[in-house]
Structure formats: C-alpha cells, structure tokens
Design a protein around this ligand. Structure first.
Ligand SMILES: [Fe+2]
Length: 325
C-alpha cells in the first residue's frame, strides 16, 4: 500500500532563502496587525461545529440567504458544513448539486485529476481500478492530518485553495473526519513562538520526493513552504502532511520543533471539530487541515464521498454576486 502518493526515494534537495510578507497579520515583523487579526479571529471562531451548519433547500439553486450563511461560516472558520434537503440521494443529482454549490461559492478552476469526471469531482470510495488502487484515499484505511494537494508545489498561484467533501453514502461505522481551521493552527504555532511559523514559511521547509501521485501526475521534487501568503487574495495558504515517510523536512531544529508542535496542535486543540458526514451532508472549505478515521470492511464498503479541489478561494471571485452588504 502506498501513501497518498507513490513516492520514490531519491536525490538531494535544493535549499532557498527565507521570504516573508512585508506587512500584515502573517508577517512576524508586523505584531500589531497580527494581534488585531488574531483577536478578531478567535472571537469569531465557533467552538462547536453545529454553528457552521447551513441547510440548503435546493442545492441546484442556492438562495442568497443560504450563500450568505455559507460565506459567514467561511469568514469565521474557513469552513462550512452544509446539509442538502433529503429528498434526493442519487449520485447524479449529488454531482450536479455539488457542482452548482461550488460554482455559487466562487469555485470555477478545478484540479486536473485522472480520476475526475468532466465536472472535476473525484469519487472517494474503495476502488480496485488501475488508477485508484493502492492509494489510501480509495481504501478503508485512516488518513492522517493534511491539507489537500500538499504533495505538489508550483508556487502559490497553483495552490489548492478550496475543497469540497460531500457524502453520498456514509460507512456503516467509522469514516469520521476531523477538521481544524489552518488559520487557528497558525495562531497556535505563532503564539508558542513566532520563530516556528518563520521556519515553516521558508521556501524549503517541506519537500516531497519524486513520486507518482494520486492524481496520476509524475512529479519531480516538490519543495515549498508550509505557510504562505496568497498573493492573489492575501489569505493564508497551508501545505502540510503529518505522514512520516516520503517527506523531507528542512534539517534544522526550528523546523523539527515546528513539525512536532503542529502534530500536538492537531491532536489536542479544542477547536478541532470531529464529525461523521451523513448522506447529503458535506464540508466546503478553504482547504483546512483534516484527517479521516478508518471505516468498515474493505470488501463490503459502500461509502461514497465526492471530492472537489479548486485553485480558487471561496467567495474571492470579483465577479461573484455579493451575498452580504
Ligand atoms: Fe484530504
């Protein structure tokens, strides 16, 4: 069984110089901006995932009020939990519904993935076909903490900024997702020591060796930061995996301390939300940290989720109809 990517041990890795945003909440030289942003973020962030739940009567045509509620949840926690009205549960309707909802929230550019349909959706289910067999997402095995697309790095403009995970059929047992707003992870880390976030903003912080990826691409070394400011939106991007194999962290004590701290934060933070998506429910998010527990029996599993990854940040499109005033 491979990890989410079929990594190949290989050659050495490049090193780079440190680059930081000049000003703003994600600059360690702008303490005032960070403090103001941090206070507002923590004050607004929910303590229970039920605060992020939005009911959507007709996902093919979400109302402005429903979209405003989703946007408000995204503003608070970078994620929204939604629930479609339970009158339709077939797969075709679910695909169209997820696509329509994503488009209404400003997602238009999707990851190219060999297992995706023309709508960009990838079916996450136990699979034995040649493309998916051997990759953990298509098994019943647990998946550790990560952000989607961490194994690639082609600059911030090609980052996976948003992700939808929609449940068509849950597992009989297990398949629980944990979610943690990556901005909260940033705050926890910086509050421990700003040098830890500085270490993870270095352009050579995290390297993934050459590999055949889940999306079918064959990649050379993917070397980049964990945290990065999105030049397009000013938002915080995060690229992370908790896996231990086929990953090369920058070889210094600060990076090692930061990685250990992130593991502790994901394991213990009170703002980690754990939930099991039911049929017709999903999460739409700015690619927050998440994991998955194991589920059911490999030979009998009928669990089906659809996943959509986008290069767009939610509600950031200038052409999007405003849902708030
Ligand atoms: Fe994921």
């Amino acid at each position: 069984m491979q990890a989410e990517d079929g990594a190949v041990e290989g050659r050495g890795r490049a090193t780079g110089i440190s680059v930081h945003p000049v000003l703003g909440p994600f600059s360690t030289t702008d303490e005032a901006a960070y403090r103001a942003w941090r206070e507002a973020k923590l004050a607004a962030h929910p303590t229970d995932p039920s605060e992020l739940l939005v009911d959507i009567a007709d996902p093919l045509a979400p109302t402005l009020a429903e979209l405003a509620a989703i946007e408000a949840a995204i503003a608070r926690a970078d994620m929204c939990l939604y629930r479609f009205a339970a009158d339709r549960t077939d797969e075709g309707h679910a695909r169209r519904a997820v696509s329509a909802l994503a488009a209404a929230c400003g997602l238009t550019r999707f990851e190219k993935h060999r297992s995706a349909g023309p709508d960009g959706l990838v079916a996450i289910e136990v699979a034995e076909d040649a493309h998916r067999s051997g990759f953990i997402p298509y098994s019943t095995r647990p998946i550790g903490w990560h952000t989607d697309g961490y194994y690639a790095y082609e600059g911030p403009e090609r980052a996976i900024r948003a992700m939808v995970l929609h449940c068509v059929r849950p597992a009989a047992e297990g398949g629980v997702n944990a979610l943690l707003d990556h901005e909260i992870a940033y705050i926890r880390l910086r509050d421990r020591d700003p040098a830890l976030v500085e270490a993870l903003m270095r352009p050579d912080a995290m390297a993934i060796p050459p590999s055949v990826e889940e999306d079918g691409s064959v990649r050379d070394w993917a070397i980049g930061p964990v945290f990065e400011v999105d030049p397009a939106t000013g938002g915080l991007l995060m690229r992370y995996t908790a896996r231990k194999r086929h990953i090369v962290w920058a070889d210094d004590s600060l990076t090692r301390a930061a990685v250990t701290a992130l593991e502790e934060i994901c394991a213990t933070d009170p703002l980690v939300f754990r939930l099991r998506l039911d049929a017709g429910q999903g999460v739409i998010c700015n690619n927050v940290l998440h994991d998955r527990t194991a589920f059911g029996d490999e030979s009998h599993s009928t669990r089906l989720l659809y996943r959509l990854r986008s290069y767009d940040r939610l509600f950031a499109s200038p052409g999007l109809a405003r849902t708030t005033t």
